[in-house]
Design a protein around this ligand. Structure first.
Ligand code: BDP
Length: 690
């Protein structure tokens, strides 16, 4: 059992009756999945119907109903894609035990996605490495494509389709111009052809200076006629090869990437150039708002300052892609104030599935609670109820373009995601992109059942199935409540308690380096820029007495964040520089509260080990031991984080660690001397080992 089957562990006895009206590549997949895996005693019919109800659900939406006196289950959609999604839904209900007894007789399900474009962003380079990838190398074997087609390409498309993901950006946002060469477009076409019947559309990241690098032009100025002509021709070429190509993702004028600002033009002028040439083909531009320059005071304010004034200046087929928080995928950030600030422009959230700042694929961190926190945040942009979800799903401002992106955690590791439990994050992204009001608890439970039940069932057959089943259900509920649901908060506790942020080693972002200070490096890449510890206190003053980033939020949030006493404590040091002696809601001083929070992170992680060991007799050895091994690393790392941060900050606070708490087990000097060598962002086998 190597984990390669993901959450798709349906039985395959190949007996079932499936009734189809007509054939198409997509319907054929739906029918074949059902024929192989449908075990219930009634046939399934796949029906295309464009009545009012199903037209309203769109070609990806569907209904599932028990019909003809409970003698048949019918999946109905106005489009082929909806039938495929409906088929997977039905199989998932079966696999999680939700069709047992009389439930099958009363099916009445109606589904429709909240976001039109549910897209993965692969940060995969053409040389096979993955930026911030911790599950091996790229799945795309560019050297062998298009001649050699790995079976994993189809398995990838199938896994995505099974959770409703309908789009993918194949290459890194730090894009090589090469991806648009005729040679590479043939490779991209080969992948697009495999993904198409599964409803997964291909997009590419582009390098804004491609007209120079690839076309030999002297400039990439978006207002230059030859530049525009070059893009027009290139886009024509792309569509002649891939007729349903989705469009471009662009990282421009960010972290050294070229962009329109190099020529004194705005982001809107850059985006519109591409939007205009893509428009005749219904292509779109996803233009990233991840911009910050070393000169300005507060990095957290810069995307807003740059983009908010451009609202209304973008073409209709441009969507601005915004990271969930204003800095950079920290384990906890407030939502980016750009959500709700741009009203005339469609905007989309960019979430990070890969755990760049959450322990790579060594630490368990179920991210659904973090993404929910962002999506459910009220921006108050149009009064109460203007959540980030509603700002981005198109409903608040009536945008027809609605999308959500997740930076993928997939590599060519056999189990796709490195950590066996990290598969839950790929799954959760798909589920939330489909329906953002699903709860993290439900998603966790679904994933655990789909991933572990069928295997355990197969193993327990013939022993005491009923009794085992009960215990297994109990165990999965426990794993969900006590590991998955608590895991992200545990990471926050030991990496960034109370809103303290960006204490990561500056290049690899794995371990703690609050002391890190590299000569000549950008100040805003150094931890001291963020923690600002001094003898008086700690934290970044973003209130009206400081950088005034709080003013970028709508009332009443701006006042709430601005006040030291009204700011939620989990974001306190994000928004305020707070005296060590400040009295917290618990009655403790800030210093003591920090100590307690770090310690809680360590204790919770140890608790994960205890809980996981209970799974030993139910879960196959390979996955059981793999997780057990990684939890050991995580527990050691949690201690490393706590010791490094507390001993370092203690130099400023000059206060003792409360006597009732565990003592540090590392020396500050050792930790400061330790250098973790990580090349190509691969996952280190251990954290601090000295
Ligand atoms: C940061 C990563 C960097 C990415 C950048 C981005 O450290 O590797 O290129 O974001 O999103 O989080 O463009």
């Amino acid at each position: 059992e190597d984990g390669s089957a993901l959450w798709l562990r349906y039985a395959t006895n190949g007996q079932s009756e499936v009734i189809v009206q007509r054939q198409s590549p997509t319907i054929n997949i739906a029918a074949s999945e059902l024929r192989k895996a449908w075990l219930m005693p009634v046939p399934v019919a796949l029906e295309i119907r464009s009545d009012k109800e199903h037209r309203a659900l769109g070609n990806e939406g569907y209904t599932i109903r028990t019909t003809i006196g409970a003698k048949q289950v019918t999946v109905t959609s106005s489009g082929d894609q909806g039938l495929l999604y409906g088929a997977y839904h039905l199989l998932q209900l079966q696999a999680t035990g939700q069709l047992e007894g009389t439930k099958l007789d009363r099916l009445d399900i109606s589904e429709k996605p909240d976001y039109k474009i549910r897209i993965l962003n692969h940060w995969d380079n053409l040389d096979g490495t993955i930026e911030r990838g911790y599950a091996g190398h790229s799945l795309w074997n560019w050297d062998e494509l298009p001649a050699v087609i790995s079976p994993r390409y189809e398995a990838y498309a199938r896994a995505n389709a099974s959770i409703g993901i309908n789009a993918t950006v194949l290459n890194n946002v730090n894009a090589s111009p090469e991806i648009l060469s005729a040679n590479y477009l043939q490779k991209v076409k080969a992948l697009a052809d495999i993904f198409r019947p599964y409803g997964v559309k291909v997009y590419l990241s582009i390098n804004f200076a491609s007209p120079m690098a690839l076309g030999g032009l002297p400039t990439a100025d978006p207002l230059n006629k030859e530049v525009a002509a070059w893009w027009k021709q290139k886009v024509k070429e792309i569509y002649s090869v891939i007729p349903d190509f989705g469009g471009f993702l662009v990282k421009a004028n960010s972290e050294g990437q070229p962009g329109p600002c190099d020529y004194g033009r705005t982001h809107a002028e850059g985006a519109n150039l591409l939007a205009d040439v893509l428009k005749p083909y219904q292509g779109i531009v996803m233009w990233r708002a991840f911009v910050y320059s070393p000169s300005d005071s507060d990095r957290a304010k810069q995307a807003y300052l740059e983009f908010e004034p451009l609202d209304g200046k973008f073409r209709e087929n441009v969507i601005v892609q915004i990271k969930n928080g204003p800095v950079d995928f920290q384990p906890r950030e407030p939502f980016s104030p750009l959500f709700g600030a741009m009203k005339k422009t469609a905007v989309m959230p960019e979430l990070q599935i890969t755990q760049e700042y959450l322990g790579f694929s060594n630490h368990v961190a179920f991210l659904a609670p973090m993404w929910k926190e962002c999506l459910d945040s009220d921006t108050y942009a149009q009064g109460e109820g203007s959540t980030v979800a509603r700002v981005t799903d198109g409903s608040l401002y009536g945008h027809s373009l609605a999308a959500i992106a997740g930076v993928s955690n997939i590599g060519n590791d056999v189990n796709w995601c490195g950590h066996p439990l990290a598969q839950a994050n790929w799954y959760a992204f798909g589920r939330l992109a489909w329906k953002h009001d699903l709860s993290a608890e439900q998603i966790g439970e679904e994933w655990l059942r789909l991933t572990f039940l069928p295997v355990a069932d197969a193993r327990t057959v013939g022993i005491e199935p009923a009794e085992d089943r009960e215990q297994l259900n109990w165990l999965l509920t426990l794993l969900n409540a006590e590991i998955l649901q608590k895991s992200r908060e545990a990471v926050v506790d030991y990496m960034m308690p109370l809103g303290l942020h960006h204490l990561f080693a500056w290049n690899h972002h794995y371990g703690p380096e609050p002391w890190c200070d590299i000569e000549g490096a950008r100040a805003d890449w150094m931890p001291a820029y963020y923690h600002r510890a001094d003898p008086n206190g700690i934290g970044f003053d973003r209130s009206s007495t400081g950088s005034n980033a709080t003013a970028q939020y709508h009332s009443p949030l701006c006042e709430q964040y601005d006040g030291l006493d009204t700011c939620p404590e989990k974001l306190l040091l994000w928004f305020h520089h707070v005296p060590w002696t400040h009295s917290m809601k618990s009655g403790r001083t800030l210093w003591d509260e920090l100590c307690y929070t770090y310690d809680r992170g360590v204790q919770t992680t140890r608790q994960f080990q205890k809980i996981w060991d209970r799974a030993e007799t139910f879960i196959d050895r390979q996955r059981f031991e793999d997780v057990q091994h990684r939890l050991r690393i995580q527990s050691r790392d949690a201690v490393w984080w706590r010791d490094a941060c507390l001993l370092y900050f203690q130099q400023f606070s000059k206060q003792a660690i409360p006597h009732e708490l565990e003592r540090p087990v590392h020396n500050l000097k050792d930790m400061m001397e330790f250098k973790l060598e990580i090349t190509n962002f691969e996952c280190p086998p251990y954290g601090f080992t000295k």
